[in-house]
Design a binder for this molecule. Structure first.
Ligand code: CFM
Length: 539
């Protein structure tokens, strides 16, 4: 079978009925850098077709699991049947560290109203009130967030009214989120709803000032496998004050105080760009796209921060940290690169990692031959420059769009438009911008949105990549085909992978996986018979 990406594209979709084939053909593109700087348009953020096995999750997962879940002291109460409630218990390896043993941490609790048939028929508001009260009496949290699951929206329970009423009764911050699973086409809608919730109900509530010189927030970093801990350590060594993270290892108070920072760093553009935009409009904090995945990428990001603050001492400290860390990275990288050079990878992850992790593979000489997002939008693929021409579809219009305006008292432009322009001219800073995944990929590679299971199998069969990166739902199907699968949602209990120390971990883990002989002993479904023990011994 030809490995020409155009031929492969046809092969992937030829089994589908005509209408679906047409739709999928617009969601699969072959990368190219055109003379005018553009990349091919890709259809994305549209509904998955029934019958297809998608990798996607639901809107509630994006709101509760991704954005609110990693904050340890907001009590997250799921209003819905217990099945959805299971997901409230963070099994996704977000880590957190309390300053003392007695400081609140609700992340390992699963709080649900456990709706029954009776509540679906007669309404669940009463049960929700009782649950809020009970949760309050048990934990005495500063804030309670109530998450709506599908049936709540279908029967029309007013979680917001209950939240307001209980907030007055209990004297704490209680708010509802209309993040029913069906609310959007994927997790992505849940991100937007959660961003709106953060903005309306938390950000800006605490005015405590800080006299640190360099104050930032890290947005779109969820402390999977301890990534956030590594970044906290690097930033503090550089002398940069991290006011808050949205939302890895974060607290309610830090988020409430986050508008006192002078710069917002955006890691995962897809999940948190809304908050970054709204904070800039309301408080005057510029946002800049960064990437801490990859040692070179981390060094570049640190230099950008130093440039933004225009401080010689900070720049010097940053260079010192980079020099110290890079020496360690190089020691591992040179060994691993020699063993991995030329091997191939495929990455199909939610909305950022399929881009960011390509950097790590490039650093050890591996090539990404196919990549895609589960739920990224066109700007995540093609860059934000396409946004002005984008038509908002009905599914996206379903989600509240907040038009933030400057706060009459608190708006303070941290940098003038002239200063921003000067900084942009100085280096490759991406203020209010994201260039997207495709611009950083080689030509003639496959980019596939919302990859289906059928397409996964055909891709693996045709290309036989050395490693496939995805999540737990894909992992075992891929490995049965004799190809190692690295989870990038949870790191397979490995990690952290961010920053310099994380890059070293990643290089070692990938080296072990792509060079492990065991995969050649698995009989993929397209091969007639398994290797016999004597053949294995002869290998
Ligand atoms: Fe952003 Fe994420 Fe991702 Fe995401 Fe996710 Fe995630 Fe992800 Mo799983 S916020 S888009 S909704 S980087 S949970 S921490 S790993 S799919 S690529």
């Amino acid at each position: 079978m030809s490995k020409d990406p155009r031929v492969v594209k046809d092969e992937l979709i030829q089994i589908y009925p005509k209408k679906l084939r047409q739709k999928r053909s617009e969601q699969i593109v072959v990368t190219e850098h055109r003379e005018d700087g553009s990349v091919p348009a890709i259809k994305s953020n549209v509904r998955s077709s029934p019958g297809i096995i998608t990798q996607r999750g639901c809107t509630y997962a994006g709101c509760k699991g991704v954005i609110f879940g990693p904050t340890r002291d907001i009590l997250n109460l799921v209003h819905g049947p217990i099945g959805c409630g299971f997901y409230a218990w963070l099994t996704r390896r977000n880590q957190t560290r309390t300053p003392t043993d007695s400081a609140p941490n609700f992340m390992n609790y699963c709080l649900s109203t456990d709706m029954q048939e009776e509540n679906i028929v007669f309404g669940g508001e009463k049960k929700l009130k009782v649950a809020v009260k009970e949760a309050y009496e048990l934990f005495h949290p500063k804030a309670i967030a109530i998450f709506s699951t599908c049936p709540v929206g279908l029967i029309g329970d007013d979680v917001h009214a209950v939240a307001r009423e209980m907030s007055v009764e209990l004297g704490i911050n209680i708010f509802g989120l209309s993040c029913e699973g069906y609310r959007g086409v994927s997790q992505s809608a849940g991100h937007h709803i959660a961003n709106n919730g953060l903005f309306k109900h938390i950000i800006g509530l605490d005015e405590t000032p800080h006299d640190d010189k360099f104050k930032i927030n890290l947005l779109g970093e969820y402390n999977i496998g301890g990534d956030g801990f590594v970044l906290e350590e690097i930033l503090s060594r550089c002398g940069i004050k991290q006011i808050s993270t949205f939302s890895g290892n974060s607290t309610y108070d830090s988020m409430a105080n986050s508008h006192t920072a002078d710069l917002n760093l955006v890691m995962c553009h897809r999940s948190i760009n809304y908050a970054a935009e709204m904070m800039e409009k309301k408080f005057g904090i510029p946002w800049m796209k960064v990437n801490f995945i990859g040692a070179d990428a981390t060094a570049k990001t640190l230099r950008k921060i130093a440039q933004y603050f225009e401080d010689a001492e900070l720049a010097e400290r940053v260079e010192q940290v980079i020099a110290e860390e890079m020496a360690k990275v190089e020691a591992t990288r040179s060994v691993v690169k020699a063993r991995c050079e030329g091997k191939t990878a495929m990455l199909f992850v939610g909305g950022s990692r399929a881009h960011h992790y390509q950097m790590l593979f490039t650093e050890i000489g591996m090539k990404t031959i196919a990549a895609g997002y589960e739920f990224g939008h066109r700007d995540d693929y093609e860059g934000r420059s396409i946004l002005p021409g984008l038509k908002v579809d009905a599914d996206s219009r379903n989600i509240e769009q907040i038009d933030a305006v400057p706060d009459p008292e608190r708006y303070r432009a941290r940098r003038s438009p002239d200063q921003i322009a000067k900084l942009e001219a100085l280096s490759e800073m991406e203020f209010r911008d994201y260039i997207g995944m495709m611009k950083e990929m080689d030509d003639e590679q496959l980019v596939i949105d919302d990859l289906s299971h059928h397409e996964t199998e055909r891709l693996l069969e045709i290309y036989k990549p050395d490693i496939f990166c995805a999540g737990i739902k894909e992992k075992y199907a891929v490995q049965k085909m004799g190809i190692p699968c690295k989870q990038l949602h949870s790191y397979d209990y490995g990690g952290p992978y961010a920053g310099f120390r994380g890059a070293i971990n990643f290089f070692n883990d990938i080296d072990r996986m792509v060079n492990m002989k065991i995969w050649s002993y698995v009989t993929p479904p397209w091969q007639p018979k398994a290797k016999q023990p004597e053949e294995m011994a002869a290998d």
